[in-house]
Design a protein around this ligand. Structure first.
Ligand code: UD1
Ligand code: MG
Length: 450
């Protein structure tokens, strides 16, 4: 029988991130279309079996809302004053008091952390450590806490500001993630003082305190990517690069054909089926699903869209939120689809805007067709029946219904419903004036001779 250990994860997300030079709190910045905080919460959810507490700064309803939307079961705590990482953890004291076997502390600005690394930390506790810490060897260790070790044992963590020259020479640094045996977590945390250069309650002091209690502390080494915290826009861009290469690799591993992987930009939640082909220079915003056998051609931008099996999108197509393409649909160059269902086999191949609409099975939307969905204050629906043919350069003024199999003459402005099987033409009638052009030229040449 396997014994399942319970786990409480405490995510510290109180930092404002002034070095981001942004009015947005640090943890709400995006990597692959998902906030830093949501990445951390997704890793916790994937690791499984954890309850989660998120510690935020005062008056940060936006951060609280993001935590709840990314992980509805998360409990949110407010650290009313910023007095150090241990002080922040204790803001979630009531969650710790509920008594989990493992207590994980993780920073909200480390979006590249992976579920198996969290498992490794917890395994160290299962193997008898009271405190386990993630260590890494950064190229430049300035600013990080140094891990003082003897053999496999971690003796203490010394913050950069408080370290001696000799301690600063230690390559192994504190990644910031820590795990505590739940039976002693509170006792250790409460013993942490603020007698240091910054006058802060340092979580890192937990290691030396555990040792005075005759408890074991260990360090586990990981790559810099996993623990690197984001403090600047440059680091944010760096994390995006790492995340994109992970997402591309995952897509390739899942059987997606990426013709030029480095040119495709994914969102963290992009879902691509088998035998999907993505041509060079495609951007996926959040919320996109592409089903088996579909092709996304170059320079297309998709967001909040569903692409059915075998559909072809692009080149130069834009699918906006609520675009739902069913099986075998063709959406071609310079076509924009928003909040619209395009039923099986329908085609809009050139220069069109289809918004707030249904396009019936097998219908053909001619070049330059526009659904005029907005009257300046409200949006209205356009319903196009099965097999309908919309002639080029037509404006369909919503709300309007085009019946099954109906024809719309090119260049029409359609303002009232068209019955099934009918032809509607809504444009000025053509007049032809025989010889008119020649008469004009003759008049002009007379004028010149004067
Ligand atoms: C911390 C570690 C350091 C480690 C480094 C790794 C401590 C004392 N130091 O330093 O050993 O090498 O991370 O990146 O833990 N926070 C709060 N409330 C506070 C203070 C911090 O919520 O009162 C949050 C911050 O928003 C951040 C995290 O805790 O997410 C870490 O705080 P930060 O000030 O970045 O610590 P570092 O100096 O980087
Ligand atoms: Mg930091």
């Amino acid at each position: 029988m396997t014994i399942v250990r319970t786990c409480l994860a405490i995510v510290l997300a109180a930092g404002e991130g002034t070095r981001m030079r942004s009015s947005r709190p640090k943890v709400l910045h995006l990597v692959a279309g998902r906030s830093l905080l949501a990445h951390v919460l997704a890793a916790l959810r994937a690791a499984g079996g954890t309850s989660t507490a998120v510690v935020i700064g005062p008056d940060r309803d936006d951060v609280a809302a993001e935590a709840r939307s990314a992980l509805p079961s998360a409990q949110v705590f407010v650290q009313s004053e910023r007095r150090g990482t241990a002080h922040a953890v204790l803001a979630a004291r009531s969650a710790i008091e509920q008594g989990a076997d493992d207590v994980l502390v993780i920073f909200g600005d480390t979006p590249l952390i992976q579920p198996h690394t969290l498992d490794r930390l917890r395994q160290a506790l299962a193997d008898g450590a009271a405190v386990a810490v993630l260590g890494f060897k950064p190229v430049d260790p300035t600013g990080y806490g140094r891990l003082v070790t003897r053999g496999d044992d971690l003796l203490s963590i010394v913050e950069h500001a408080d370290a001696t020259e000799k301690e600063r020479a230690i390559a192994l640094c504190n990644g910031g993630l820590m795990a505590f045996d739940g039976r002693v977590a509170l006792k250790i945390l409460q013993s942490i003082g603020n007698d240091n250069r910054k006058g802060e309650f340092y979580l890192t002091d937990a290691v030396a305190i555990a040792r005075t209690m005759n408890l074991r502390a260990v360090a586990l080494e990981v790559t810099e990517d996993e623990v690197s915290g984001i403090n600047t826009k440059a680091q944010l861009a760096q994390a995006e690069t790492v995340m994109q290469s992970r997402l591309r690799q995952a897509a390739l591993d899942a059987g997606v054909t990426l013709v030029a992987p480095d040119t495709v930009h994914f969102a963290a939640d992009t879902k691509l089926g088998k035998d999907v082909t993505v041509e060079p220079y495609v951007v996926f915003g959040p919320g996109v699903t592409v089903e088996d056998g579909a092709t996304i051609r170059s320079f297309s931008h998709l967001q909040g869209a569903h692409v059915g099996p075998g559909a072809i999108v692009g080149p130069f197509a834009r699918l906006r939120p609520g675009a739902r393409l069913e099986q075998g649909v063709h959406i071609g160059n310079f076509v924009e689809i928003k909040e619209a269902v395009i039923e099986a086999g329908a085609k809009a191949n050139h220069l069109a805007y289809i918004g707030d609409a249904r396009v019936g099975e097998g219908a053909n939307i001619g070049a330059g067709t526009i659904t005029c969905n907005y009257d300046g204050s409200a949006k209205h629906h356009t319903d196009i029946g099965k097999g309908a043919f919309i002639g080029s350069n037509s404006a369909l003024v919503a709300p309007v219904t085009i019946g099954d199999g109906a024809y719309i003459g090119s260049g029409s402005v359609i303002t009232s419903n068209v019955p099934a099987g009918a032809l509607a033409i809504g444009r000025g009638r053509q007049t032809v004036k025989e010889g008119w052009a020649q008469r004009l030229r003759d008049l002009k040449s007379l004028g010149k001779r004067k």
